[in-house]
Structures are given as structure tokens and as C-alpha cells.
Design a protein around this ligand. Structure first.
Ligand SMILES: Nc1nc2c(ncn2[C@@H]2O[C@H](COP(=O)(O)OP(=O)(O)O)[C@@H](O)[C@H]2O)c(=O)[nH]1
Ligand SMILES: [Mg+2]
Length: 404
């Protein structure tokens, strides 16, 4: 994005007099950045599992946590900056005036109690949040606290995961049944040209339905990439990647990794990940300064902060990578799915850059870091000119050349 390429080079691309030189556009302040779509993660789990506690840990928030089941109707919504250590290295190289990390939105829904999918505890608004989520953070507790009774009377994370999964399955089944009914009506009056598509959709939905009825979530059904593409618009809840958070007690820290290993082996799947952490402790640490928190973490023998771990695993689950741009003294991180072309990455920044895409000037984070400057990277031939079909790699630093 930053036109660090000299005018000479830019003019080399833009020797056609009809074409505006983009750096002039930026300098004149006409240019604006479109805020990319924000990653949205919904926190679900039984009442009193520690959802709001973990929400506070992730967003440095102060939402009220309760020892009794919450009946709040308004979800807690918070935004966190995605931790990205490479931005610190790039800060030293570019010395920008401003650094803009990627943001992620967390939504803590109080209404995901047992029976929510049957309309007993959740309104349509909650379902909307869940449907729009890119991934689900599913909190199950292992912490024991006599003042905070478990809704099902005992601690059993596998049972709790199954309980919540049944709710998600039920919600998906309701959507499928409604759609199948409508498909039947559409098929009656369908033109021959539309029939094939409708029949294909019907067959797929029937196949998924019969598996859901056996309590198999969509992500566990082994669907083909083509079939999954056909489902995208439904926003099925059991098709979403799921990160299970085992909320351990302060006295269970030593068991955290064995809890994790046990659940990971029980649900081994690329769309499923597990993290064990102590929500209460993480929430307290999140209220401290970074330095103080790091000191406590060291003393307690805790690994990386919850937010960093959760984001890292969420990116992994969702197949996301980051690239960086520097323009007008702003260093900025962007998130895209793995396999995104330079053209589409440009569109993430602004549709005009995608439309007028000419070339991308790319250097890998590793090469830039070892060269120490763009000039040095250029000298070593590590600043590459790439076309629109170039597949952006994690950590790329990109300058887009475009005309509009
Ligand atoms: N001892 C202990 N208590 C916790 C932990 N996490 C949450 N709690 C307590 O459990 C209760 C319910 O937590 P909350 O976050 O409100 O649960 P939610 O209903 O799932 O949102 C609160 O009293 C919390 O202080 C934990 O890791 N250890
Ligand atoms: Mg809560």
C-alpha cells in the first residue's frame, strides 16, 4: 500500500497519460481506507461456565460476572487488537507515525443455556449473533467452587460439550427442515433449467439432516469442499470452527495440559481446537499493565497470555494469515484467508485498488527482517514484483500499485 517505490518506478508502470498516479491521490488526501470485515467470535457455553469471565480476559473488559445463571438479554460485545509480534519488528524498520493492528470482535451471549435452540432461553437476536460468527468459542468448566454450582450438578466437560453441541445441532435442523419444505414447493413449479440445482440442494440437505439426526455436527460429516461451498449461505452453527476453552480452577493449573490433551484426542478434527486456561486468573491479569502481567505470568509458570493463544488458534482454525502495508506513515496489519491472491488482498484494503490493480511489490517478513530495510532488500533482489494471481504469504509486506 505504501508507495515506497520511487516515482521513477511508479512512472515506469504508469507511462500511459490517461492513468492517474496513485501516490498523488494519496498525497492529496482523496484516498481513504475501507475498514475490512472484522473477525467475529461468539462465546457460548452453559450458564456459569465462565463465559463473561473469559470475555473480560479477552477484551480487558469489566462486564459483570455472576455466581448465578444470568438472564441478561443484551450480549457483551467487545473488540480486541490482534496481538502481532511482527508489528514490533516492522515498527523499528519503518518507524511509522501510526500502527494499526487487526481487530477481532468477541460476543458473549448470556442466553446459550440448555434449551436455547428450542426457543426456551434464546431470542432470535442471539441466534443472529451466532449465525454471523466466524468461529465459536465454547467454554466448559472444570473449576470447582461451592458458591458457583454447576447447572447440571457435577463437573463433566465432555458431557457439557455434548449438551451444547446438541443445541447447535437442533438449531441447524430447524433451518434445514424449513428450507426443505420451501424446496419442495419450489420444485413443483420449477422450470426444467432450475430443477437440477434445486434437486442438488435438496439431496445435500437431506444427507446432512440424516447425519445431524444421529447427533453428528456438520464439521464432522466429512463433506467435500464443493458441498461445503453449497452451504455457506446457511451459516449453519455446527459447520463453524470451534475452539473449546476448558476453564480450569486456580488450583488446577498443573493439570491444564492433560485436560487439553484428553479433549483434543476425543474430538480430533481440523475444525476443532482446545485451550485450557484459568478464566478468573486471566481476567485479573488482563486488568494489569503488560509488564506487571508478564511478571505474574512468569512467577505462576503460565505460558502466553490467553488472548494471544486464543487468537493464534482461531487464525489456525479459520485458515487465516496476515500481511502488512505501510502508507502515509501508517503501518497496518490485515487478515486474509490462506490462498488469497494479491488481487483479492488488494480488495480487502479498498475495492478501487482491486479494480485498478497493476502490480504488487512484495517482500517477505523474513527477508525484510534480515535485510533491515527496504532499500537493502531491494538491493538483494528480495523485493519482488508480483501479478494479480500471486498467492499472498503469511507476513508479506506489500505495496500495491494501481490506477483508478
Ligand atoms: N473459582 C473460579 N471461579 C470462576 C472461574 N471462572 C469463573 N468463575 C466464577 O464463576 C461464576 C460465573 O462466571 P461467569 O463468567 O459469570 O459465567 P457465565 O455465566 O458463563 O458468563 C462467577 O462467580 C465467576 O467468578 C474460575 O476459573 N475459577
Ligand atoms: Mg455471563
Amino acid at each position: 500500500m505504501r508507495f515506497f517505490a520511487s516515482l521513477k518506478i511508479t512512472a515506469g508502470f504508469l507511462n500511459n497519460s490517461n492513468v492517474a498516479i496513485p501516490c498523488i491521490l494519496i498525497a492529496s488526501g482523496l484516498y481513504f481506507f475501507r475498514q475490512g470485515d472484522i473477525l467475529e467470535i461468539c462465546i457460548i457455553g452453559l450458564p456459569k461456565s465462565g463465559k463473561t469471565t473469559i470475555f473480560n480476559a479477552l477484551t480487558r473488559g469489566k462486564a459483570e460476572t455472576k455466581a448465578f445463571a444470568s438472564t441478561a438479554l443484551t450480549p457483551n460485545v467487545g473488540v480486541s487488537k490482534v496481538p502481532e509480534p511482527r508489528l514490533q519488528t516492522l515498527d523499528k524498520i519503518f518507524q511509522p507515525k501510526k500502527i494499526t493492528p487487526v481487530e477481532v470482535k468477541y460476543v458473549d451471549i448470556a442466553g446459550t443455556a440448555k434449551g436455547f435452540s428450542k426457543g426456551e432461553g434464546i431470542s432470535g437476536q442471539f441466534l443472529n449473533y451466532l449465525s454471523n460468527a466466524d468461529a465459536l468459542l465454547h467454554v466448559v468448566r472444570t473449576f470447582e467452587d461451592e458458591n458457583v454450582s454447576h447447572v447440571d450438578g457435577s463437573i463433566n466437560p465432555k458431557r457439557d460439550i455434548a449438551t451444547m453441541n446438541l443445541e447447535l445441532i437442533f438449531s441447524d435442523l430447524t433451518i434445514i427442515e424449513r428450507r426443505l419444505k420451501r424446496l419442495e414447493d419450489s420444485l413443483k413449479g420449477a422450470k426444467p433449467s432450475e430443477r437440477d440445482l434445486l434437486l442438488k440442494e435438496q439431496t445435500l440437505l437431506q444427507k446432512i439432516k440424516s447425519e445431524l439426526e444421529k447427533d453428528v455436527s456438520i464439521w464432522q460429516q466429512g463433506l467435500t469442499a464443493d458441498e461445503i461451498r453449497g452451504l455457506v449461505n446457511y451459516q449453519f452453527l455446527t459447520a463453524k470452527p470451534m475452539l473449546v476453552i476448558i476453564n480450569v480452577g486456580e488450583n488446577q493449573l498443573a493439570q491444564a495440559s492433560s485436560f487439553e490433551a484428553e479433549l483434543r484426542s476425543a474430538y480430533s478434527h481440523p475444525q476443532f481446537e482446545v485451550v485450557a486456561l484459568c478464566g478468573k486468573l486471566e481476567m485479573e491479569l488482563a486488568q494489569l499493565s503488560d509488564d506487571e502481567a508478564a511478571e505474574f505470568r512468569n512467577a505462576l509458570g503460565l505460558s502466553e497470555p490467553a488472548l494471544e493463544r486464543i487468537i493464534r488458534l482461531s487464525y489456525h482454525l479459520l485458515g487465516l494469515i496476515s500481511f502488512f502495508t505501510t502508507v502515509s506513515a501508517e503501518l497496518r496489519a490485515w487478515t486474509i484467508p490462506k490462498g488469497t491472491t494479491a488481487l483479492k488482498a488488494a480488495g480487502k484494503i479498498h475495492s478501487d485498488i482491486e479494480k485498478g490493480f497493476i502490480r504488487a511489490e512484495v517482500v517477505s517478513f523474513h527477508d525484510l527482517d534480515s535485510c533491515g530495510s527496504l532499500a537493502e532488500a531491494r538491493k538483494h533482489g528480495l523485493l519482488k514484483l508480483e501479478g494479480k494471481n500471486y498467492i499472498v504469504q503469511d507476513g508479506d509486506i506489500i505495496t500495491f500499485l494501481f490506477n483508478i
